[in-house]
Design a protein around this ligand. Sequence first.
Ligand code: B12
Length: 474
Amino acid sequence: MKILLIIPPNIHYIEPYSYIKADKNNAIRPCLGLLYVAAAVRKVSGIEIRIIDCNIDNLDLAGLRQIIKNEQPDIVGFSVLTFNILNCIEVARIIRQISPLTKICFGGWHPTLYPQETLKLDCVDYIVIGEGEHSFSELVGHCMNKPQTEQYPVNIKGIGFKTSLGEIKINPPSGPIKHLDDLPLPAYDLIKTGKYSNLLARSEKVINLITSRGCPQRCIFCDIRGTLYRFRSPKNVLEEIKYWVNNGIREFFILDDNFTINRKRTIEFCKLLIESGLRVKYKISSRVDYLDDELLKYLKKSGCYLIYFGVESGVQKILDYFEKGTTIAQIKNVFKLCKKRGIDRFAYIMIGAPEETYKDIEMTLGLIKEIKPQHLHCSVCTPMPKTYFYQKLLAQGSIKHDYWREFADSPNPNFKTPFCSRFFSDKELRSIQNAIERDFYLNPRIIFQEIIKTRGVKQLVTKARLAFNVFSNN
Ligand code: B12
């Protein structure tokens, strides 16, 4: 059985909270969700599997059409976010046209949040809800040797399907995968790893790792608010790092939403890495309240050179509104400690919370001046699909109609992501966002730092082009 997993070309772009020009020109990263699913499903015997990343292979729709025509795959899978669904639909419709027997499966965040609406789309046969390793493998098994008694995959948890009459059926959820160590490592051998890039990396080649899933915290704007936190054992993560070091990779980007949730595990991981003598470099994300001086000492010693922090705001009442659970004092303290230990800091801030005034934004900028991160990303506060934040504004009547559900119901390229400020228009917020990033990156301290940290001419040109694209005509 032939399976294709496709990352479609970027044709449509639903602009989210980032600034579109920055986002479009930024790094292209491998899709870890697809790589995990691929690794799991190829354990089913009799499977031939391929991943096509159109953005890496420079494939347009015509090129893709040709591949589908030649290969006539049995199943095609897509990793679907609300923000890339239009691209997935575009490709799925082509597949329907030229290879009508191919079954099309949408997995990832969007079908997880909007299962009914996704299955309603004419070009979708199956959806996978939540973590896909087990559900998709079972679905593929079902498609290969359909038991005569079971026309439909009614017993596979975590999937949805349509009957021949077009009825939509959603099976019970599969639930979070408990033992992450049991999962096979992502199928990196199916993609051209060398072609992916990361602007803030210090080496030419970087590998992305995920060492945990879920987060117990309650930030209202986040999809994974209050989900079951699970982690891979330090030994298991080290095995993966060793594998990569043996293949010439010495730098890693740990993509966990918060790498330091479990202090004991973090220290054990650092100790193992130090003892291994592998001398790798890596960067992580952490909350400001999950770090202390001792932890930072271990992180630094084991090769951590940069930490991404969700600072969000310099105003306590806004942090509280977001149920962030952090304080301004904790932010200041952790930035001081990182500096002391020689670890670089990346600050994410957000402007445009419903009640945020211009004075509040100035306070956030004041905080940034004080804590002096090396990197800054300013988002516009966006109620994201089905988050607690979105539902709250909807219930309060501040959001007048369920626009994300309507978009999921009939995805439309003209859709514009709405913001939620009481005081600023969406256009004003984009302009403040752009000014904040411009002022930050045009600061001589930052320009100097970017130049000395640049690995070579190629990276310098990329950075310069990004800066030009972001700051021109705005
Ligand atoms: C790393 C990351 C990125 C990376 C890489 C994304 C990528 N292509 O993998 C970068 C930085 C590029 C990125 C960009 C963006 N991201 Co992002 N990102 C994440 C993050 C932090 C982790 C994703 C990850 O790798 N998880 C680990 C893997 C193993 O899990 P997974 O991806 O969920 O995959 C599992 C299941 O979903 C399922 N599955 C996934 N795909 C498929 C496919 C098939 C066929 C099947 C069967 C199953 C399946 O099985 C997988 C294994 O269990 C998540 C938050 C989170 N914790 O999930 C946000 C998240 C996915 N991102 C999000 C957003 C909004 C964006 C941006 C729009 C942000 C922006 N720029 O403003 C862009 C959009 C990029 C685009 N157009 O595609 C949202 C999506 C919300 C939504 N409703 O769609 C999330 C949930 C964060 C959030 N709450 O805001 N992101």
